[in-house]
Design a protein around this ligand. Structure first.
Ligand code: HEM
Length: 383
């Protein structure tokens, strides 16, 4: 037995590593589409690590937040890389939430016992977006403070709990209490909630096992299993470090520059981060109304109850034309309204333009999906 084997055996024996209840997994899970969630967990870990280092230098407060952010970027060794990669990893995390969400949506991973895994996932995506939202405020730039104020104003109109929620974030109304609340949420409360939800999410995943591929017979595939250690362990490290590498390289090539400080009086068009841009455009459809907040709530409620609406046993997207069409519609809305928000930020849109587009897309998708479904069913019957 070599020296490394001996060391490993000692660690295994004392640390009871082999007893860790990570089940051997079906071989079909050795595929990147089953690892988007793993990448998300790796991104979360990176955020926690870099966030802790940033907290050593960051000072909340009207007079210090912007200056300490400038100090991190210009004077702390590798400070710009640290801050830029923290921000880019946040973007990667939100982007991966969308990928993981749509992947699980289209393969019907919320069916057959995985309903709660899905619901916990929806709650996690809300927490991830809130982490991005609270982080945006912290450097105290003109644009980030404006966008946060718009967000707090929108939270106020949520029925029953709106003013409570807005008060939770803005505190007693002074800027220092707003800073301390937002910082607490960003570095403590939201990460703790996310960690707790991730624990539940992973426990349920372990219990229910990964949803098998659509084109394979479950019983046949499940016979071929691979031990979690070392194969899946090495695989998760490899893809995790690949993500870190890509983000760090991009951060070095495209470092952040700090926009003007809040209160500097430089005119700006208030613009949220890209993942909130679609809602920002919808505000332009009806600027005096608060419908957008109801729309957001409706989307979250729809996503939570979807496992109870889509009752067909088959997970194949071709057997669920209505839900497939709704998923495609959501993707199209996200892309279209984001692009629109960047091309015409803050430009009001008349109902004669937005109504046919917004209602036309789902109607077209549903009709098209139904036609394809009929053809597909005819083909299945002939076979
Ligand atoms: C920070 C956010 C999230 C993290 C860290 C996370 C993590 C994970 C991990 C590690 C897995 C197992 C491997 C995989 O299938 O990729 C998983 C599976 C799953 N997640 Fe998430 N997830 C998050 C958000 C979401 C969201 C937004 C949804 C959907 C609304 C969701 C629904 C699911 C479902 C249904 C599964 C089971 C998939 C299967 O059986 O193949 N998760 N998640």
């Amino acid at each position: 037995m070599g020296i490394f084997d001996k060391i490993w055996n000692w660690i295994d024996k004392k640390g009871h590593i082999s007893d860790i209840p990570l089940k051997a997994m079906p071989d079909y899970t050795l595929n990147i589409t089953y690892w988007i969630g793993g990448l998300l967990a790796a991104a979360f870990f990176y955020q926690a690590l870099t966030g802790m280092v940033l907290m050593l230098y960051y000072l909340p407060g009207q007079d210090s937040a912007y200056k300490s952010t400038e100090y991190i970027m210009n004077s702390v060794p590798f400070g710009n890389l640290l801050l830029t990669s923290h921000q880019y990893m946040a973007y990667a995390m939100i982007f991966l939430v969308f990928v993981h969400f749509f992947r699980n949506y289209f393969i019907g991973a919320y069916k057959k016992g995985r309903e709660l895994t899905w619901i916990v996932g929806v709650l996690m995506s809300v927490v991830v977006i809130l982490m991005g939202f609270t982080g945006y405020f912290l450097p105290y730039t003109e644009i980030s403070v404006d966008a946060t104020d718009v967000g707090i104003g929108m939270a106020k109109v949520i029925p029953f709990i709106g003013s409570f929620l807005a008060g939770l974030i803005s505190g007693n109304g002074t800027i220092s209490s707003e800073f301390s609340r937002i910082l607490d949420f960003h570095v403590l409360i939201l990460p703790a909630i996310l960690l707790l939800l991730l624990g539940v999410h992973m426990y349920l995943y372990e219990k229910n096992e990964a949803a098998p591929p659509l084109d394979l017979n479950h019983k046949v595939v499940n016979k071929r299993r691979i031990k979690w250690f070392p194969v899946f362990f090495a695989y998760s490290l490899a893809i995790g470090f690949l993500l870190y590498g890509v983000v760090i390289i991009l951060s070095a090539i495209f470092p952040l520059t700090l926009p003007p400080e809040a209160g500097s009086g430089i005119p700006i068009i208030p613009m949220p981060e890209w993942y909130l841009a679609p809602y920002y455009k919808i505000v332009d459809f009806d600027p005096i109304s608060t419908n957008v907040i109801y729309l957001m709530l409706l989307i979250v409620i729809f996503l939570i109850i979807i496992p109870f609406l889509d009752r067909k046993e088959s997970r194949d997207p071709r057997d669920r034309p209505f839900f497939t069409a709704i998923g495609i519609t959501l993707m199209q809305y996200l892309i279209l309204y984001t692009a629109w928000a960047y091309i015409q930020p803050g430009v009001e849109v008349q109902p004669i333009i937005w109504a046919p587009i917004s209602f036309g897309i789902p109607i077209y998708n549903i009709i098209f999906a139904m036609i394809l479904y009929k053809k597909y069913r005819r083909g299945v019957k002939i076979e």
